[in-house]
Write a protein that binds this ligand. Sequence first.
Ligand SMILES: NC(=O)c1ccc[n+]([C@@H]2O[C@H](COP(=O)([O-])OP(=O)(O)OC[C@H]3O[C@@H](n4cnc5c(N)ncnc54)[C@H](OP(=O)(O)O)[C@@H]3O)[C@@H](O)[C@H]2O)c1
Length: 325
Amino acid sequence: MSFEVKVVEAGGTDALLWKQARFDGLAPDEVRLRHTAIGVNYIDVYFRSGVYQSPVMPFTPGLEAAGVVTAVGSEVADLDVGDRVAYASPPLGAYSEERSMPADRLIRLPNSIDDRIAAAVMLKGMTVQYLLRTTFRVGSDTTLLIHAAAGGVGTIACQWAKYLGATVIGTVGSESKAETAISHGCDYPILYRDEDFVSRVDEITSGRGVDVVYDSVGKQTFMKSLECLRPLGMMVLFGQSSGAVDPISPSVLQDKGSLFLTRPTLMTYTAHRKDLEACAGELLELIAKDVVKPDIRQEFPLREAAAAHIALESRSTQGATLLIP
Ligand SMILES: NC(=O)c1ccc[n+]([C@@H]2O[C@H](COP(=O)([O-])OP(=O)(O)OC[C@H]3O[C@@H](n4cnc5c(N)ncnc54)[C@H](OP(=O)(O)O)[C@@H]3O)[C@@H](O)[C@H]2O)c1
């Protein structure tokens, strides 16, 4: 018998119910997993609250976890019972003690990476990989702005961008978050609740503007983020923790200096197995080199997932948050 978190009706944190799980058998292309650590991500909040629609109802939230293979479908050739794996991918269902998962979405874990690290880094780290290496190719001549620089994605982005030699400007919600961002490689933390980040960026870049903005806060920052870009700069809107951005006219991009705008998601960048392997491969390499070091600051028992969501939504977390089955 195993248990899972279930959402029967989207809503507040009380929508996260602790229920006995049902196992209907394994499809030929699936494996059965016993989770050992589960990553909490802001996207889980969007699904729980109904900002994003789950394709099935009721559903178990969660897109990131590590675990052990306990059974293998008849068509799965490259995984065995006992293998340690991790994933950051649909289908939803990571908030569970056990689950079935399509085998081609799993990444085998090297012995050097423990389960908690893997669960803290797969989704956030692969996101940083595509954002910094593909969406906009960050290099030593890049000056970038990233919001929520002390968060789960933010801390890894600071580490990775610093490793690539970039100048990193990051917004943060408190003094303590500023210290966290600095410790992960942020050169210029901006306390955006107290100071205007547009004028601070102008000052830091001597009026030039940044090459790229990575904006995951959305509604509260989007228009101001555009102001921070140099002509022909790239606006990467990759989240909306403060709410969905209001529609804009394309001519806004013209007026502000022929800007580029993209709204990417990890799921597109890793939809094909070869892209998933390349993305995860580069991430695992940088973990092995000690460049990417997930900062696990919060852990909750799986059945207390609601407490994890309350912490994340109230902006009181830093680094990564885990659920432990
Ligand atoms: N598109 C993709 O592929 C992709 C993949 C992964 C994550 N994401 C996005 O990246 C963002 C970060 O995800 P995460 O899981 O690492 O979360 P996180 O950054 O650890 O937590 C969210 C942070 O956002 C900031 N924030 C600003 N305004 C907020 C508000 N009104 N309500 C709540 N938080 C607010 C807070 O930091 P401060 O206090 O410092 O402002 C808060 O700590 C999310 O928007 C997520 O959807 C996108």
